[in-house]
Design a protein around this ligand. Structure first.
Ligand code: HOZ
Length: 431
């Protein structure tokens, strides 16, 4: 187990940061509000580890919320970024890297017949909705409780991730009129979605779903739920949109659609296709994507979209994932970590349900499986907060919220997982 030293420098930086930025952070979950304690200010990442400014080292199960499938600073990705930086960092013009990356993504995600690069998952989601509305000529959009599709106004309704972490009501600053066409139903509730389509099916442009939810912890769809969404959307002329920002290339090398066999009309991808640099994409059926300017009338644009540094990093990462057993090693680490958590909790008599899906895992302090956002609210969040602090003290860095999923990389070797397993045993025993 890691022998942790002081956190004095993180504490000082956090105090300084709070005088400069809301909550002292650039994104709310990082402020550690729901788990308490001081956010660690990170000096560097090394393979499976984060190293903070006080020199403490942590096994990292956040991995920038997903993209770092090869761990921190892998040679292939850093070399690609450095080479591209020497050739220029932004052109505001097309580059061959975009064609290469689009081809690579399409090979892995054949349903993305046409795609467009944007700068984040948030942009991907708002653009996908615009495309769906433009294509169908309808306004209503369905989302699920606890699912998070970024912070675009119309999708901030019963959202997961930071909104759930902070227990916020639907956000002030979002006019009610903007979410008036956003219909929210419980995830995994067949009766509710059937009833909604019976009532309003002909007005629905799209159903947005995290096919395996990753922003309210890790929550699987019930058997047949995604197939039902496919059936209902097809029958009513609505589009099915998979938000694979968290699960893309993670739950399966071909994403959730390859894992589940359900093919959406449109897919949203996020940071993973930038190898950790800021990037996103949306894409799908050619007839839908032909609506987008300049082919069609639906406008969406961005100077940094298709940014060459992000394209180069994403290509390097995806090539490595395609050409090696990196995904499998990351998936083995996720499986073994989920088992280690379950064993440690069982040994300590703490009720836990822990599971992995491909190279992601999640656990809830709860005595039964979790299927809905209401179920997540019933889990023991106070104990999660204590556990989070105990694990930090023992050199393991988990997402600072029970409403986030956990991630592994090919750098999480069996030795690294064994190191974390020691910490889990000790932390659960101390809980
Ligand atoms: N919404 C992000 C993942 N679910 C967290 C963003 C962050 O704080 O970095």
């Amino acid at each position: 187990m890691t022998d942790l030293r002081s956190t004095a420098r993180s504490e000082q930086l956090f105090a300084d940061a709070q005088a400069l930025m809301p909550g002292g952070v650039s994104s709310p979950v990082r402020a550690f509000k729901s788990v308490g304690g001081t956010p660690r200010f990170i000096e560097r990442g090394e393979g499976p580890y984060l190293v903070d400014v006080d020199g403490n080292r942590y096994v990292d199960y956040v991995l920038s919320f997903g993209p770092l499938l090869l761990g921190h600073a892998p040679e292939a990705v850093t070399a690609a970024i450095a080479e591209q930086a020497a050739r220029g960092s932004s052109f505001g013009a097309p580059s061959p890297l975009e064609v290469d990356l689009a081809e690579t993504i399409q090979r892995i995600y054949p349903s993305m017949e046409r795609l467009r690069f944007v700068n984040s998952g948030t942009e991907g989601a708002m653009s996908a909705v615009r495309a769906a509305r433009g294509f169908t000529g309808r306004n209503k959009v369905v989302k699920f409780e606890g699912h998070y599709h970024g912070h675009a106004d119309l999708l901030l309704a019963k959202a997961g991730s930071g909104v759930a972490t902070l227990g916020l009501p639907d956000s002030p600053g979002v006019p009610a009129a903007v979410t008036a066409d956003t219909l929210v139903v419980p995830f995994n509730d067949e009766a509710a979605i059937r009833e909604l389509f019976e009532r309003e099916g002909e007005e629905i442009a799209a159903v947005l779903v995290e096919p395996i939810a990753g922003n309210m912890g890790l929550v699987r769809p019930r058997d047949g739920f995604l197939a039902l969404l496919r059936e209902l959307t097809t029958a009513h002329g609505a589009l099915l949109v998979f938000d694979e920002v968290m699960v893309g290339f993670r739950v399966h090398p071909g994403g959730a659609q390859a894992l589940t066999g359900v093919t959406p009309d449109v897919t949203i991808l996020g940071k993973v296709i930038g190898g950790g640099l800021p990037v996103g994409a949306y894409g799908g059926r050619a007839d839908v994507m032909r609506m987008m300017a300049p082919d069609g009338p639906v406008y969406q644009a961005g100077t940094l979209s298709g940014n060459p540094l992000a394209m180069a990093a994403g290509l390097a990462l995806l090539r490595e994932v395609e050409a090696t057993d990196a995904w499998q090693r990351a998936a083995d680490a996720a499986r073994d970590t989920a088992h280690a958590i379950q064993e440690a909790a069982d040994a300590a008599g703490v009720p836990v349900v822990s599971e992995s899906v491909g190279a992601m895992f999640g656990f809830f302090l709860h005595d039964r499986s979790v299927f809905t956002y209401d179920d997540v609210q019933q889990t023991d969040r106070a104990s999660f907060a204590r556990l989070h602090r105990l694990l930090l003290d023992r050199g393991v860095y988990l997402p600072p919220s029970p409403f986030e999923a956990c991630f592994t990389s090919s750098a999480h070797t069996p030795e690294v997982v064994a190191e974390a397993a020691d910490a889990f045993r000790s932390a659960f025993a101390a809980l």
